[in-house]
Design a protein around this ligand. Structure first.
Ligand SMILES: N[C@@H](CCC(=O)N[C@@H](CS)C(=O)NCC(=O)O)C(=O)O
Length: 274
């Protein structure tokens, strides 16, 4: 069994981490059964970040390495329709989304004073005193430092919006009028959804979100399509798993993505994949 270690749901999303949401979406796309282990404990993560997995005793960290490992171990064929050009484009797009757009999003969540109250409430709202007096400020300081080290934190809000819109614009060009980035669903759609849902589907009125909705309606429709096909049922509604380790919320996954898709959505995906 694949055990997926990731943050608990937040901000109205199954995961407010783009990388965690990417990996869980990918597992659903690949139709692999998994078990969620919700944790905030980064000290136990092999690389100090989430997500990571335990696949029948094999520990793997980093969403990219995890996808590579699972693809090989379970013979996942999600990307088999991609030729060399599409694979190269996918990789470049993935780097733009995960290594650039991701930081722009973090900038608004953690560094911009206007949105910090919403972030604090989403991540620390349930924290009791006395930890609530200092933990949010400490985490914020660390996150702002990371965003600044990445370079994005040194720009003005308008400049960050401009940079992020360039990323989304590039994605919109690759998407064109297709239902998924390369026609039929492939791994890059999981990455795109992880990052974009964290921008579009959180209940914070970011200027960047407004601009994307206004300028790139096809990207918004694409995210809605991903949500409809792969996330029509919310994991947050499932009961806690009895084997939950202390301090962690554990939930069983849907047995597989394919068995949980609405029949109509599944039919169109299968048509695209064949
Ligand atoms: N390259 C990694 C990135 C993972 C990552 O940055 N995770 C963030 C959450 S979105 C994290 O754990 N941050 C905690 C920290 O940096 O302290 C992946 O693909 O999994």
């Amino acid at each position: 069994m694949i055990r997926l270690f990731q943050f608990p749901p937040a901000m109205g999303l199954p995961n407010a981490s783009g990388f965690c949401l990417k990996l869980e979406t990918w597992l659903r796309m690949a139709g692999l059964p998994y078990q969620n282990v919700h944790t905030m404990n980064l000290a136990r993560a092999p690389k100090g970040k989430l997500p990571h997995v335990d696949d029948d005793g094999v520990a793997v960290a980093d969403s990219g390495f995890i996808i590579e490992h699972l693809t090989q171990r379970y013979g996942v064929t999600l990307d088999r329709h991609l030729d060399a050009g599409a694979r190269a484009q996918s990789l470049l797009l993935q780097r733009a989304l995960e290594e650039h757009l991701y930081w722009c999003m973090l900038y608004f969540r953690w560094a911009d004073d206007r949105y910090w109250p919403a972030t604090r409430e989403a991540f620390f709202g349930a924290l009791g005193a006395p930890r609530s007096w200092f933990v949010p400020a400490l985490v914020r300081k660390a996150m702002v430092k990371q965003v600044s080290s990445a370079g994005i934190g040194r720009h003005s809000t308008e400049e960050v919006v401009t940079l992020a819109m360039q990323d989304v614009g590039a994605l919109a060009t690759v998407l064109g009028d297709k239902p998924f980035l390369f026609g039929a669903p492939s791994s890059i759609d999981a990455s795109a959804y992880g990052m974009l849902a964290n921008l579009l589907f959180v209940d914070i009125d970011l200027p960047l979100k407004r601009r994307v909705i206004q300028d790139f309606p096809k990207v918004v429709a694409y995210c809605e399509r991903m949500r409809q096909v792969y996330w029509h049922q919310s994991l947050t509604q499932l009961p806690a798993h009895p084997d939950a380790p202390a301090g962690a919320g554990v939930q069983p996954s849907r047995a597989s993505c394919s068995s949980s898709l609405p029949a109509s959505a599944m039919k169109s995906v299968m048509r695209l994949r064949s």
